[in-house]
Write a protein that binds this ligand. Structure first.
Ligand SMILES: NC(=O)c1ccc[n+]([C@@H]2O[C@H](COP(=O)([O-])OP(=O)(O)OC[C@H]3O[C@@H](n4cnc5c(N)ncnc54)[C@H](O)[C@@H]3O)[C@@H](O)[C@H]2O)c1
Length: 311
């Protein structure tokens, strides 16, 4: 039984590879034509209402500026109201038609409900929901002292986006709107130390893929899987601590521009070629090699970092 399983594990990817070589070129042509069509018919978001969670810094803040430049009306949500007001100010200068700031903690169902209600009361419609709010903590699982410290990761990253989406869906259906989800390549990269964060992003990705299937086009869903983006979450110190400073990174501004372009085009996914390669190695070609490399590069570094913190 085990032997059959092992043989199948080698045979199935081989058959898939042969299938890809034969049939992927025509599929790529179809993808290219559909990309050109979507680029020509890209959505004009002027005057449209966009709710962005986690808009007080990083990727969310720059997504707000990108929608502002296109003349959208914005609802900016996060916990730090003073920071949101500064973002709102800059957004207005960049061309945003109107902006509402709402203080909300997406880990709380009642805050997510109030966020969507207040956006609707103020603007009367909803066109895009950008689920961006997120947090990250890193520690090897064995070295987590207080598991409670890690619970908010799932509450904010996964449940926060599910709650906001739940309250927004009836209104997005009316406008044939869009949901944009800032997930992560973490959902397919088993980077040591990011255990619960990776799981929260995998949950988010799987959840929104399923919703897209359920909606069948009634609401567009763009799932964004960024690699390493320079922000408060991924500043140089944090990246060095977990060993991610060796990887290619991108600025929040360029990342946000690509995200809004992608959302307006109605893409299903947006990610980076480097990470697609890493994901393909991990999930399809040779998980043994990638997991060995991840272990070799990251685990000792994290153990050293953890020991340093204790001393
Ligand atoms: N920076 C990266 O390398 C990277 C890579 C892949 C995915 N992401 C994802 O991008 C998103 C944005 O992260 P970022 O890099 O801009 O980091 P960031 O820390 O600058 O931004 C996170 C935002 O979420 C907000 N937030 C956190 N907890 C919240 C809560 N409970 N309620 C409401 N708002 C809350 C913060 O206030 C902030 O505005 C996150 O979901 C993150 O997982 C980041």
């Amino acid at each position: 039984m085990e032997l059959i399983h092992d043989v199948m594990n080698i045979l199935v990817p081989l058959v898939v590879l042969i299938f890809l070589i034969l049939f992927y070129p025509p599929y790529l042509v179809y993808k290219l034509l559909s990309f050109i069509k979507r680029s020509i018919t890209t959505e004009d978001v002027r005057g449209k209402v966009v709710v962005i969670t986690g808009a007080s810094s990083g990727i969310g803040e720059h997504i707000a500026y990108e929608y502002a430049k296109r003349g959208a009306r914005l609802v900016l949500a996060a916990r730090r109201e003073d920071r949101l007001l500064a973002v709102a100010d800059k957004a207005l200068k960049l061309g945003c038609l109107d902006v509402k700031v709402i203080r909300a903690d997406v880990a709380k169902v009642e805050d997510c409900k109030r966020l969507i209600e207040e956006a609707l009361n103020y603007f009367g419609r909803l066109d895009h929901l950008v689920n961006n709010a997120g947090i990250e903590r890193h520690s090897l699982f064995e070295e987590i002292n207080q598991i409670a410290d890690f619970i908010p990761i799932m509450d904010i990253n996964f449940w926060g986006s599910a709650y906001c989406t739940h309250f927004a869906v009836p209104h997005l259906k009316k406008t044939k709107g869009k949901i944009v989800v800032i997930a992560s390549t973490a959902s397919w990269s088993p980077t040591p130390g990011l255990n619960i964060y990776n799981a929260s992003k995998a949950a988010q990705t799987s959840f929104f893929e399923t919703l897209r299937t359920e909606f069948g086009g009634a609401i567009g869903v763009t799932i964004v899987l960024p690699g390493v983006i320079e922000s408060e979450m991924a500043n140089s110190q944090t990246l060095a601590e977990i060993g991610l400073d060796i990887l290619p990174s991108e600025s929040t501004g360029r990342c946000a521009k690509a995200i809004v372009n992608s959302a307006c085009r109605g893409d299903m996914f947006l990610t980076e070629p480097f990470w697609v390669g890493v994901g393909y190695l991990q999930k399809v070609l040779c998980s043994e090699f990638t997991e060995w490399q991840y272990h070799k590069h990251f685990v000792k570094k994290l153990q050293k970092h953890h020991a340093g913190k204790k001393n």
